[in-house]
Design a protein around this ligand. Structure first.
Ligand SMILES: C[S@@+](CC[C@H](N)C(=O)[O-])C[C@H]1O[C@@H](n2cnc3c(N)ncnc32)[C@H](O)[C@@H]1O
Length: 373
C-alpha cells in the first residue's frame, strides 16, 4: 500500500498535467487543469495547516531552552568545525568551503590596510584562512572554549600578513569598545542564539559608522520532503515570503534533537530541553538589523540543492564528480532570477549608519522569539 502511494503521489498530478497540456479536446484539457488546481489547493491547505502547527510547536519547545543547557551543549557536545569535516566527509566540507569563499570575498571588499575584522562565532577560523594576505587585524570570538583552543593552535602554526587575536566570549555581550571594528563576520551563528536581537545590538555598537556586517544563516523553511508537491510549496514560499513573513507556513525554531539529557542530569519525568536553530526570513531579519542602525545593502541565497535532499545524497555518493556537478548547479541557481531566492542559506550584507544606536537595547517584540525582551 505504501509503495503504491509513493508511486501514485507524483504520478497522479503528472498525469493530470500531461492531460491538461496534451493537444486535443478543450473540455478534457480544462477538466484536467481544474483537477490539478483543485488537487494542489487541497494539498497546499494541508501543508499550510501542518506547517503552522509545527512552527508553533517548535516556538513553544524553544521556551525550554536555558543558559546552562546552552553553555554545556556548546562547550561539551558540539565538535569544532574541522572535526565536523572529518565526521561528515568531503561533500559536506566542500559545501562549507563555498560559504567561506563567499564570506571572505565579501569581507575583503570592505577591508582597508589596518582594518579590524571581528568574526563572531569564529569556529575553526576558516574565514581568516582565506584572508591570510590582508594586512588587517582579525579578532576571532567564540563561545566554545574548545573552538578558541583549537583556533589558537591553528593560528600559532600559520604564517600570515593578517594579525590575529582570539577571544572567548558571548556574541550577546561583546568585550569590545564602541565603534572599534570595520567588518563583522557573522556566519551561521545568529540562528543558534536565544536572543539574536541582543547580538545585533552589540554588532551595531562595536561597528564604526560605514562598517559592514557579513551575515549568513538558514533561509526560511526547511524542506519537509514529504512529497514532491509539498516540497514545491516550501520552495515557492521561500521565494514569495521573503518579503512577507506571514506567508511562511513552516519556519523551524529549534534543533530537532533535544539536548543530551545526561549532560543536564535530567530525571526521567523532566521534559526535554531544546536549543534554537532558527530559520530566518529576509524581511524580518532586515527589520531587526535596521532597528539597530544597520541598513540592508544586499541579500541573496546559496546552497542548492538542500544538504538533506535525496539529490545531495546522490551527488555525495558520486565523489569528486558529484562535487563538480554541485558547483555547476550552484552557479546556475544563483544566476537564475526567482530561483536565486530559494537557497538553503541566506547571504546578507548590512552597513552601519551614522545614527546613534537607539538607547535601552532592543525593544520588546522586535524579534518574534520567545525570549524577546
Ligand atoms: C555553526 S558554527 C559556525 C562557526 C563559524 N562561523 C563557521 O562558519 O565555520 C556556530 C558557532 O557559533 C558559536 N556560538 C554559539 N553561540 C555563541 C554565542 N552566544 N557567542 C559567540 N559564539 C557563539 C559556536 O560555538 C560555534 O562555533
Amino acid at each position: 500500500m505504501r509503495a503504491l502511494k509513493r508511486v501514485a503521489r507524483p504520478l497522479f498530478p503528472a498525469l493530470l498535467l500531461a492531460s491538461a497540456l496534451w493537444p486535443g479536446r478543450l473540455r478534457r484539457r480544462a477538466a484536467a487543469g481544474a483537477g490539478l488546481v483543485g488537487l494542489w489547493s487541497v494539498v497546499y491547505a494541508r501543508y499550510r495547516r501542518e506547517g503552522r502547527a509545527q512552527t508553533e510547536l517548535e516556538w513553544n519547545q524553544l521556551r525550554t531552552a536555558h543558559e546552562t543547557a546552552f553553555a554545556l551543549h556548546y562547550n561539551l557536545r558540539v565538535p569544532t568545525i574541522e572535526e565536523e569535516f572529518d565526521i561528515w566527509g568531503a561533500y559536506h566540507q566542500h559545501r562549507h568551503e563555498m560559504r567561506y569563499d563567499l564570506v571572505a570575498a565579501e569581507a575583503r571588499r570592505h577591508l582597508r590596510p589596518g582594518a579590524v575584522i571581528l568574526d563572531v562565532g569564529c569556529g575553526s577560523v576558516l574565514v581568516a584562512d582565506r584572508l591570510a594576505d590582508v594586512p588587517a587585524f582579525y579578532v576571532g570570538l567564540d563561545y566554545g572554549g574548545h573552538h578558541i583552543a583549537y583556533a589558537a593552535g591553528k593560528i600559532a602554526k600559520a604564517s600570515s600578513r593578517l594579525r590575529h587575536g582570539l577571544l572567548r566570549g558571548d556574541g550577546e555581550t561583546l568585550p569590545l569598545s564602541d565603534a572599534s571594528v570595520d567588518v563583522v563576520v557573522f556566519s551561521e551563528v545568529i540562528e543558534h542564539l536565544m536572543r539574536p536581537e541582543r547580538a545585533v545590538w552589540e554588532l551595531a555598537r562595536v561597528l564604526r559608522p560605514g562598517g559592514v556586517v557579513v551575515l549568513t544563516t538558514n533561509n526560511a523553511s526547511e524542506v519537509p520532503l514529504r512529497s514532491p508537491l509539498s516540497h514545491a510549496f516550501a520552495w515557492v514560499e521561500k521565494m514569495v515570503a521573503a518579503d512577507r513573513p506571514d506567508l511562511m507556513s513552516l519556519r523551524p525554531w529549534i534543533w530537532p534533537e533535544p539536548v543530551d539529557r545526561s549532560l543536564l542530569g535530567l530525571p526521567d519525568h523532566a521534559p526535554d530541553v531544546y536549543l534554537p536553530h532558527t530559520h530566518h526570513i529576509p524581511a524580518q531579519t532586515q527589520g531587526l538589523f535596521r532597528a539597530a542602525g544597520l541598513d540592508p545593502v544586499s541579500w541573496s541565497t546559496f546552497e542548492f540543492p538542500p544538504p538533506q535532499s535525496a539529490t545531495a545524497a546522490w551527488l555525495e555518493r558520486r565523489g569528486p564528480a558529484g562535487r563538480r556537478v554541485v558547483d555547476r548547479i550552484e552557479a546556475l541557481c544563483q544566476a537564475t532570477p526567482g530561483l536565486r531566492r530559494m537557497g538553503t542559506h541566506l547571504f546578507m550584507v548590512f552597513r552601519r549608519t551614522d545614527a546613534p544606536l537607539p538607547p535601552g537595547g532592543p525593544p520588546p517584540g522586535l524579534w518574534p522569539g520567545p525570549f524577546s525582551a
